[in-house]
Write a protein of this length. Structure first.
Length: 261
């Protein structure tokens, strides 16, 4: 469940949105490099952070190709407990408005039976690794999730279980979301403001003077609004699920037309 800022007014209408598990799986599926923290051998008890390219297997588990000489590899061979942190790009220059997630688990050497399939997945994500993937001093590790924590921007956060994450699927609109968001923010701010006035459930949304789209998915989108009392956010649902840019454009055009009517 998401932890929201306290609100004591009338009950708000339900707005469907992806679960934290789906959002986290989507976030990791879009990335290819994150921050790996291992247990320091040199300074026991301290986390050791390092940049880590990764790929996901079919269950969403991160795969690493790491050198035996690397400090994080030495740390993992002594203690497999690790975490992987990933954040999306800053929203309008504000990193705290961006979604991010931390995956905790045990990073263990890959079983031989899984090596070939994992190698293909990793090389698809990191083609340049073909130059060292077969070196004897490089090994594949897999981070097996134990628990995860998701932050979806201001006031949206919570733990999710490893089984829920492993069972989730990435949002089908995610690969196209950056382009849609950039287009809407560049060319259709008036339309988004109109939708905020029409659909915003909280007091103050009807007085917003500017709107910025910060996220979009198959079920709806989030707007960050400038109001006389400060920045507010609102979630607006699509009339029906969308999975392609064309379907998204059609839905937005129909919503704006209805709002004007």
């Amino acid at each position: 469940m998401a932890n929201q800022h306290a609100y004591t007014g009338p009950a708000l209408p339900y707005v469907p949105e992806p679960t934290h598990a789906e959002r986290t799986r989507t976030l990791f599926s879009l990335g290819s490099t994150a921050t790996l923290c291992t247990q320091s051998l040199k300074h026991p008890g301290f986390p050791f952070g390092s940049l880590m390219p990764y790929a996901l297997d079919d269950h969403g588990r991160p795969l690493f190709l790491i050198s035996n000489m690397a400090m994080h590899t030495q740390n993992l061979r002594a203690d497999p407990r690790a975490s992987l942190f990933l954040s999306q790009s800053a929203i309008d220059g504000d990193p705290l408005a961006a979604a991010r997630a931390t995956l905790l688990g045990d990073a263990l050497p890959l079983p031989p039976d899984d090596l070939e399939a994992s190698k293909a997945l990793y090389l698809a994500a990191h083609p340049n690794a073909k130059y060292w993937v077969d070196f004897t001093d490089f090994s594949f590790f897999r981070l097996n999730p134990i628990d995860l924590y998701y932050v979806g921007g201001f006031g949206v956060m919570g733990w999710l279980t490893a089984p829920d994450y492993l069972a989730a699927t990435p949002d089908p609109l995610a690969p196209h979301a950056p382009g849609i968001i950039a287009h809407m923010n560049a060319d259709h701010t008036d339309s988004m403001l109109l939708l905020a006035h029409k659909h915003g459930p909280l007091p103050g949304h009807q007085t917003a003077t500017a709107a910025l789209m910060t996220s979009i998915d198959r079920l709806g989108f989030t707007l960050r609004l400038t109001t006389p009392t400060g920045l507010k956010a609102t979630r607006i649902a699509f009339p029906a699920e969308v999975t392609t840019p064309a379907a998204t454009r059609t839905a937005l055009v129909e919503m704006v037309r209805a709002a004007k009517a």
